[in-house]
Design a protein around this ligand. Structure first.
Ligand code: 2BA
Length: 109
């Protein structure tokens, strides 16, 4: 068994959950915040049999789309009286970041 930890855009999370449920997979969604953009995203925990990992990855790929976002970099130290005009930088976010972990043991009571 594997545990897939998948960080996805909040807008993609519900369509992804719907697609996983439709295909008979189980998932838990947690509201999370990205460390870089400090914006809300969603993290899905998906426990799945080894032979279904590729299929779940395909579902994630089909449901999650990459986006371009602009972020203002942190201002550098400026001398007093100097004016700092931040230039937004472009970052590509997602579709999905997926960590695949071995599950040592799974119990359900
Ligand atoms: P954030 O940390 O908010 O990052 C959003 C996007 O900003 C990233 O997209 C990446 O394109 C860019 N980015 C992140 N750190 C950067 C940096 N130090 N310099 C320049 N650009 C940077 P993704 O890579 O698609 O990541 C989307 C979200 O997935 C992340 O949101 C974070 O919540 C999670 N994530 C990504 N890699 C992770 C990792 N190694 N460990 C834990 N969470 C991760």
């Amino acid at each position: 068994m594997k545990l897939l930890i998948s960080v996805v855009n909040s807008d993609d999370a519900h369509p992804l959950i719907d697609a996983l449920m439709r295909d008979g997979y189980k998932a838990t969604m947690i509201s999370t915040t990205g460390g870089f953009l400090r914006e809300g995203n969603a993290t899905l925990l998906i426990g799945v049999a080894d032979e279904n990992v590729q299929d779940v990855l395909k579902v994630i790929k089909e449901s999650c789309h990459s986006r371009t976002q602009y972020v203002n970099p942190l201002p550098p130290m400026v001398e007093s009286g100097e004016l700092y005009m931040p230039t937004p930088i472009e970052v590509q976010v997602g579709g999905a970041v997926v960590f695949i972990l071995n599950v040592e043991r799974f119990e359900k009571f």
